[in-house]
Design a protein around this ligand. Structure first.
Ligand code: GRF
Length: 201
């Protein structure tokens, strides 16, 4: 089996990265985590990569026009012969050229049931709206923020007395299950981006 070479882009803690690294150790898993890239030098995700022996790079964004930053990320990905990119808590928005160049080969996770509650401070928004259900969404990344074609979603209840901490922990547990599952589908070619839709084989 030729495993797909995956890069994970992180800006913070890296718990989804850890779930992906763990999943990739499963015999027969169709992808290997070959590279971790972060725009934040102190990101927890970089330490997770180091401890796991995964190649890692810092690409700072400060003071760079978006296109220049994108070009540096793109160069790092190409240098490492990356097939698929997983964004996991990566807090930069890409320009259109980057998103188009990687279309169908780049995934993102968002901690709500999109199209509900895009953007940031998601769990605050969910609690303020008083909805009874939320979850997470794994989607193909497109130039429009948090609106790419959906690959998988998982639901969790919003419980009385929930805080951002309790709710985000419940959603995160589902994220850790969903991301490896979605990456498997994409790596095996069982889901593809076609004419702006996620098409299942
Ligand atoms: C996750 O909740 C993810 O959905 C959001 O940012 C958070 C990243 O967490 N985009 P981690 O860095 O993977 O722990």
């Amino acid at each position: 089996m030729i495993r797909k070479r995956v890069a994970v882009l992180v800006s913070g803690r890296g718990s989804n990265l850890a779930a992906l690294i763990q999943a990739a150790k499963t015999p027969g898993y169709p992808a290997e985590i070959a590279l971790v890239v972060s725009n934040v030098p102190g990101a927890g995700g970089l330490e997770i990569a180091r401890l796991a022996g995964v190649a890692n790079r810092i690409v700072p964004h400060q003071g760079l026009p978006r296109e220049t930053f994108d070009a540096r990320i793109d160069a790092a990905l190409r240098e490492a012969n990356i097939d698929i990119v997983c964004e996991a808590g990566f807090m930069r928005i890409h320009g259109e050229a980057f998103a188009r160049a990687w279309a169908g080969r780049i995934l993102n996770i968002h901690p709500s049931l999109l199209p509900a509650f895009p953007g940031t401070r998601v769990h605050e928004q969910v609690l303020a709206a008083g909805v009874k259900e939320t979850g997470c969404t794994l989607h193909f990344l497109t130039p429009e923020l948090d609106s790419g074609p959906i690959v998988l979603q998982a639901k969790v209840p919003v419980l009385a007395g929930d805080t951002v901490e309790t709710l985000s922990a419940r959603v995160l547990a589902e994220e850790h299950r969903l991301y490896p599952e979605a990456l498997r589908l994409v790596a095996e070619g069982k889901v593809r981006l076609e004419n702006g839709r996620a098409v299942f084989a």
